[in-house]
Design a protein around this ligand. Sequence first.
Ligand code: PMP
Length: 448
Amino acid sequence: MLLTYNGICGRIYIMKKEEILEKQRKYLWSNHLLYYKDPLPLDHGDGMYVWDVDGNKYLDFFAGILTTIVGHNHPRVVERVSQQMGKLIHSSTLYPNENHVKLAEKLAQITPGDLQTSYFLNSGSEANETAVLLAQVYTGNREIITLRHGYSGRTQLAMSLTAQSTWRVGPTFSPDVKHAHNAYCYRCPLKMEHTLCDVACAQDVEDVIKTQTSGKIAAILIEPIQGVGGFITPPEGYFAIIKDIAHRHGGLFISDEVQTGFGRTGTYWFGIQHWGVEPDVMTMAKGIANGFPLANVITKPEIADSMTGAGLTISTFGGNPVSTTASLATIEVLEEEANPMHVKEVGDYLRAGLEEMQKKQPLMGEVRGKGLMQGIELVADRKTKEPTADAAILLFEETRARGLLIGKGGLYGNVIRIAPPLIATKTDVDIALKILDDAMTQVQNAIQ
Ligand code: PMP
């Protein structure tokens, strides 16, 4: 153990890596999933980079699961949060607060159409729970349709919505949730050929409603791009069909923008806008406050007002003055330094680099996604498309050794998720691509 002086924080007590890992094993539940064979205790961050406790530096192309959207410790966020902490840290939703209403107003401006009124919470799971409750109260219906391979969170209802066995732990799930096929063109669940299929997977949603529900649903809840599922990106026209199905069966269309929000997918502020569809409800979290715990459910006033009939509610931490300040500062930075057009430009550059790499790297079965949300599906053989989770595990170790952090996903554990802070430049992308390419070659050689 070391006692050091850090110019910014004053005297701080720094634990060595082994001590942290030992206490992790002893005092934290052993079910915490940790990335890497030798877990990586982080110490500090700055912009696109993080450092581990041994002083190793990493270019962060996963952004704390798509969360540090304007980079680590962005000075504007740090300054505004510090000021707010000296003023008021907590209020609860019982007392109106300036930051709370300012953020709600800002989100009403940047979300599409008539989405105008917000309920702030603490996590994506809580936001999805709240959105489902809202839909049930508003419609008077109970059943919810979502997609296979989706991820909605780790509370009981959110896990019921989730459709990957890996993340469905525990004995009880809600019987009101039904899962339809997803729009996974690379591995079409209906074994059809994309472009010749007439988006048949969207029709499956209606078949599920007709065969597995009372015919009247509360909502269809879908991620515009399935995040944990491995950046699975539906084809053009998909969400117009979905919204129509939802409305014809008495339900709302909920877009889970927890991963796709705040410009992540480029061109637009929210993922669903790529499909030209206005949802009835949106949930958001992760990047909303650059790492401060905050989530939101935004909807139309007439839908929100139905909740009053169910009773008044409170949230102890919802709309917290510090988190909402962080969010306002984050959105300002996005507008000035990393707006959706910047993300489109750098994202297209990243995509072109990945597609170029794919030509010489046989492990890369598919590259997909939008903006700075790009996935690589790793396969043992491009013809059979056999997924290879082993290659993903090896690639993780090789990229880490070269100073790059990336993410993983997919039902088969074989999708690399690339999602840097949105302030990433083409120079950052060049560095990441070079490391990825070298690491991929190393993995290819190792498994041959
Ligand atoms: N929805 C989506 C699309 C997510 O990716 C996640 C988290 N990975 C959640 C909901 C749940 O968010 P949280 O972990 O903040 O509860």
